[in-house]
Design a protein around this ligand. Sequence first.
Ligand SMILES: [Zn+2]
Ligand SMILES: [Zn+2]
Length: 363
Amino acid sequence: MNSDDSIFKKDLDLAGFACRFLKDQGAILEPGNPVINALLPKELSQALEVEEYISMARDTKEVKKYDGTALYPLEFQTPLLDKIVSMAGSAPPLLQADLKFTYIKTQGFDSLINDQFEFHRSKINIIGTGEIRTRYVLLTSRFLAQSDEQKEGLLDFSFNLDTGALAPGMHKMLVNAEKEYQTKTIQKYTEKEIIQIHEWVSRYGPDAVEEGISKFVQSMNRRFNRDSLSLDQYYQALEKEMKESLSRTGISDKLKQEREAKIALIPDELGSKKKDLLNKYSIKVSFSPVAVLAVTTPCVKVFISLISGRKKKKISMIYNPVTKSMDPMVCQSCGTSTYSLGVCRKMHLNCISCLGQSCSLCQ
Ligand SMILES: [Zn+2]
Ligand SMILES: [Zn+2]
């Protein structure tokens, strides 16, 4: 059974991203493991400031024997990847691919659905299937996490434009699909769809990023805790010293009152210093698109009767032939993609957290 967390397992595949970019720019690739060879068009090699024939590897330390071609690492903060990211980001290329499959699953959806989904106090009954075409958008985004320091990287997202579901894992699996790239009739997105895509990135991005920058988050937390502790110690010592000075002989009433007033202010001062500290180490994340691939593909629509007590509701799910799994369902209350669902009294589909609160459609 999938937990909701698994939805956020993003494909932070730098080599895949770099290869897609180079290929789109006319490079001929010879993929291998761990070394990927590439023959670049002259202008591209000049723009990237590398030789025309290069080799790349995810981890250059892994490459032991080597024949002498220039070897470039595909890691963050290496010159080649930085140039690729900035070239890709200057005008996010919109590519469109139509997928073809010689075989698409036609049965066995019930066990697939039961493996992937969890239905709370309800069960499903498959009433039919049909092949339809659907649209996905595969988006590569650059993220910038800013705190006392900053960190950047790339994230891949894939969404089903027709159902609004996050379809994790498509970038990696797309390699195996037969694709026909469209050059003439590239679909434009409507303004509504662009706003929608933006909302999806804001919805799923922060969690996906957090996973990729866990060390950065830990380091900011550690520094916050360290600085916060030394603030506590400083103000405790200050308070102690001021209180001790009150008991000294020969101190005037006026001075005593002044010091007591100062002591009373300490908690507020400490509070505001802590607030500054929290600001300093809190992490703000922003996203900008680097590449967009619009995919149209055949898929299987699975028609289902969802049964809860004596009530029934017709729903449908999408079998995604690229990931060879069912896309998650979308909560009708909050719009989040989920594999864990239930229904409210009026049979609206709700994710578990919405089910625990109250269905927003019923209010
Ligand atoms: Zn929800
Ligand atoms: Zn409801």
